[in-house]
Design a protein around this ligand. Structure first.
Ligand code: AHZ
Length: 317
């Protein structure tokens, strides 16, 4: 039908759409005061279904081969996505978030309080996003963490080369043996590279115990950035999997809270932990035995910035 026909799809991802009025489109001011004979444009239900499913399945097709997969859309993952979306519009970036709502722990400060603290120099990232803050000398304060997270999220979602797949869990990693590490029938490779992720609807991932035969989907990508947070019901996913695969001996485990050492350690430690897998944010504290920092978010955003920089460096060889 004519309504669904005007959807340009590019190989690098969907088109961002348009918000240009065509001259006959009403303004809000024209609607105000005229509600008695108010009527929406007509629609057939199938048009709604097709508008959603066509785009989604096109995205699944497009991003089945991604350039970079980011696992976890918390403050670190979103910051990495923002930097990659901005600096490398030529790359296809899939952002996989197991929750319905992206943002991880960044919708509130600590103990359900609203304000978000960032120690300097992470205030540079707030200026980059044009998020207003109060300057308290060594640190800055955003009046509500949701202002930071929603602004970051809206910018990330606006990049044409980033697709967020939410309500989608990464439930395994795709691996390839490194040339120096041949497989035998009895032994797993001693070293391997990560070559993408295995995904499933989160609702399915949570029901593998009581439903069988619900196999996953996959995304191939030469680089994965894992930012799934510290250990918990679903955190530290990729690094725990590396231990399960005997690629890492063990995780040192996140240490107690020390803001001063914790934030520096996470930013400094952000790196490619095994070939093809960069780890950032609090997931890294589980690998390195770094302290936690609690409700101060500068290390999360700068770890995201650094993870993006590491990814671009590897990409460019
Ligand atoms: O839903 C998770 C969250 O949004 C998502 N995630 C976890 N496992 C996943 C999987 N597949 C897809 N298998 C998955 N998504 O990853 C996101 C992690 O966000 P986060 O805010 O927990 O992590 P972060 O490292 O960006 O920020 C952590 C901030 C801190 S510090 C801290 C402390 O010191 O106590 N606590 C938090 C929450």
């Amino acid at each position: 039908g004519s309504v669904t026909a005007a959807l340009p799809m590019k190989a690098t991802g969907g088109d961002n759409g348009t918000i240009k009025a065509n001259g006959v489109d009403k303004t809000i001011a024209e609607m105000e005061g005229n509600w008695d004979d108010f009527k929406f444009q007509p629609i057939r239900e199938s048009q709604v279904s097709r508008a959603m499913t066509r785009r989604y399945f096109q995205d699944l097709d497009t991003y089945a081969e991604s350039d970079i997969v980011i696992v976890g859309a918390g403050s670190c993952g979103l910051s990495a996505a923002y930097m990659l979306g901005k600096t490398r519009p030529d790359l296809k970036i899939a952002l996989i978030e197991s929750g319905v709502a992206p943002g991880g722990g960044a919708w509130l400060g600590g103990q359900l309080f609203s304000a978000m603290v960032m120690r300097k120099p992470a205030d540079a990232f707030l200026r980059e996003l044009s998020v207003p803050y109060e300057d308290e000398g060594t640190h800055v304060v955003v009046k509500h963490a949701a202002l930071f997270t929603s602004t970051l999220l809206s910018k990330v979602l606006s990049f044409p080369n980033i697709k967020l797949f939410n309500a989608t869990a990464v439930e395994d990693l795709i691996t390839r043996p490194l040339p120096s590490s041949p497989t035998s029938n009895n032994n797993p490779p001693t070293s391997l590279r990560i070559a993408g992720v295995v995904t499933n609807w989160t609702l399915v991932t949570r029901h593998h115990d009581d439903q069988s035969c619900m196999d996953p989907n996959t995304i191939n990508a030469p680089l994965t950035i894992s930012t799934t947070g510290h250990d918990g019901p679903s955190g530290a996913f990729s690094v725990n999997r590396l231990v399960g695969m005997q690629v890492l001996d063990r995780l040192k485990g996140m240490q107690g809270l020390d803001m001063n050492s914790a934030e520096d350690a996470i930013v400094r430690g952000t790196r490619e932990v095994v070939p093809g897998l960069i780890v950032g944010g609090m997931e890294l504290s589980e690998v390195d035995g770094a302290n936690r920092m609690g409700p101060t978010f500068g290390a999360m955003v700068l770890s995201g910035v650094r993870a993006a920089e590491v990814a671009v460096g590897i990409w460019e060889g």
